[in-house]
Design a protein around this ligand. Structure first.
Ligand SMILES: [Zn+2]
Length: 460
């Protein structure tokens, strides 16, 4: 089985050849844990979970090492701590727990390593010392900076020249910088800020050096796959490459660089800063199922942008109802899941999940049509094999179908609409209709409270 992956570094789809097929190594940039993850943050987790499953299938489960970091040193976390008085460790332990719960709800397997930046500061300091010794970094006013002009082929991943970067004015000007494009490896911490001792004084690492140090320590100086969201290409991944290559004197940091497209809302990137996001947690709270979110995320190719809406997740849930319905109908037939060649071919072609999902629909149609026991077993094995690679259909079919979405199944927008309908009914003196809406919501555990300023609602 030949896997093809689109490599951002080469700007083309390439045959994937691991350095060591007995130990295929993959690093995915993980979250900065300061709040709930939004569904845009979940996309790389789900997309590269499918890659992890594919690699395990092809090379053997024991021959793949997957590391995904937790960034728990960050100025946003620090600011939250100052604002609320809660300790940084307490904040990051809580938010890491949320992250684990939400990603598990999406059916994402845990990586083999989940390094936290706070546990790798000595490795970061060592890497910075190597960069200084080799003339790629310098200390100035408590900071250490990477000297960008010291690397002749800086910018290879993003295709940006040094001149572009300066012209684009995306660089922060600071008096201690030798060159405007130089970036921070280490910065000083005040008394109230988290800091670690270093040869340059009490301070903390920059974000980029965190990943270089953790990836190097866990996966080696050169490894197979480095992945993350498309917004990480520049500067984060570009700077990771600069740091790791210059410290180790290697021609590459990782051989294949994979990037997933944005999750969008009405064509605009979903992000905390734009305020147009919804979190996995709130969707789960509304009664949406994690598996439906996963299927919605897999319905577009990972490199393409995707619009995720509540209606889209409901549509994915309806597809899962069909899949689980077929499995429930066939009943207790003991089978060993078999991955069909069509599914393997789709995923081996740069993770073509939309094609794999449409193949899964075909397999479910076959299962529905199967009449004799042998055909049923064969069709069920194919459905389960396909689903396993996609990370779907891991729940008990009967439980899935019986599970009551209840009042939680209604989105806030739907409830608001029903409240508006009820107000309109009362204005029209159609009190029977108004009461019907109130009683229906009450039966779903949604209580309405009327007050002079309007109607509010809450879930019981
Ligand atoms: Zn990273």
């Amino acid at each position: 089985m030949t896997i093809h992956l689109y490599n951002t570094l080469a700007r083309e789809k390439q045959v994937f050849t691991p350095i060591d097929p007995k130990n295929v190594r993959m690093y995915v940039c993980g979250p900065t844990v300061y709040d709930y993850a939004h569904i845009g943050n979940a996309r790389p987790v789900v997309a590269f979970d499918v890659l992890y499953r594919l690699l395990r299938h092809v090379y053997g489960a024991d021959h793949v090492t997957y590391a995904r970091n937790i960034t728990d040193i960050d100025d946003k976390i620090m600011a939250a701590s100052v604002e609320t008085g809660e300790s940084i460790a307490s904040i990051t332990n809580r938010t890491t727990g949320w992250y684990h719960d939400d990603m598990a709800a999406l059916g994402a397997m845990s990586p083999n390593h989940e390094p936290r930046a706070t546990s790798f500061v000595p490795q970061m300091v060592k890497l910075i010392e190597q960069l200084i010794a080799k003339g790629h970094a310098y200390a100035a006013e408590g900071h250490v900076l990477f000297n960008v002009p010291s690397m002749v082929d800086y910018g290879g991943l993003s295709g940006r020249s040094l001149d572009d970067m300066i012209a684009g004015a995306r660089v922060e000007v600071a008096p201690y910088k030798k060159h405007p494009a130089d970036f921070v490896l280490w910065k000083p911490s005040d008394a109230g800020q988290p800091g670690w001792p270093s040869p340059w004084g009490q301070g903390r690492p920059g974000w980029h050096i965190e990943c270089s140090a953790m990836a190097g320590d866990l996966l080696g100086q050169v490894f197979d796959i480095h992945a993350g969201g498309i917004d990480l290409i520049f500067p984060h991944h570009e700077n990771e490459i600069a740091q790791s290559r210059c410290a180790h004197g290697t021609p590459v940091m990782a051989n294949y660089w994979l990037h997933n497209g944005f999750v969008q809302v009405n064509g605009q990137k979903m992000s905390k800063s734009l305020g147009n996001f919804f979190t996995v947690h709130e969707l789960l709270e509304e009664g949406m199922r994690g598996e439906a979110m996963r299927l919605a995320l897999l319905s577009a190719h990972y490199r393409q942008p995707i619009d995720i809406t509540r209606d889209g997740i409901k549509e994915a849930k309806a597809q899962l109802d069909r899949f689980y319905g077929a499995l429930a109908k066939v009943g207790e037939v003991e089978v060993e899941p078999q991955v069909p060649d069509t599914i393997l071919a789709a995923l081996a072609d740069d993770l073509n999940t939309p094609l794999a999902v449409s193949e899964l629909h075909e397999l479910v149609t076959e299962l529905n049509k199967a009449t004799n026991p042998a055909k049923k077993a064969e069709a069920k094995a194919a459905v389960l094999g396909a689903a396993r690679l996609l990370g779907l259909l891991w729940q008990d079919p009967v439980t899935w179908l019986q599970q009551d979405d209840g009042g939680k199944g209604r989105s806030a927008a739907e409830i608001e609409q029903l409240i508006a309908d009820r107000i309109a009914a009362r204005k029209a003196k159609n009190f029977a209709e108004a009461d019907r809406i109130r009683d229906m919501l009450a039966s779903e555990g949604i209580a309405l409270e009327d007050s002079p300023s309007g109607t509010s609602w809450k879930r019981s």
